[in-house]
Design a protein around this ligand. Sequence first.
Ligand SMILES: [Cu+2]
Length: 119
Amino acid sequence: MCALLALVACTGNGNGNGANTTPGPTSTSSATPQGTEARITIKGFNFMPADLKVRPGEKITVSNFDSAPHTVTAKEGSAFDTGNIEGGQSATFTAPSKPGSYPFFCSLHPRMTATLTVG
Ligand SMILES: [Cu+2]
């Protein structure tokens, strides 16, 4: 507690050194805007990872590396459903806002299953 107060006070006192942590414009490489990007990869009729953990409402990119179309479809209710993602294509969907465990499958190949954990 004391340490936190000291830190806040110190920040408040700021020595007017303007330069914050904003990096220069030279970073054209694969800079991720905020933390890691949530991604599901489909390859060989499998979802990877088999258990993806995301934050509520996070955007998730699904990349289908198979030649067959696939979907990412919530098993229960209609929490999410990408619809058909053609081979070699990508799609995005938004994670549910309610924390929990959301098993999903491919509606075209129901034996393809994985779980989205929101929390
Ligand atoms: Cu499929």
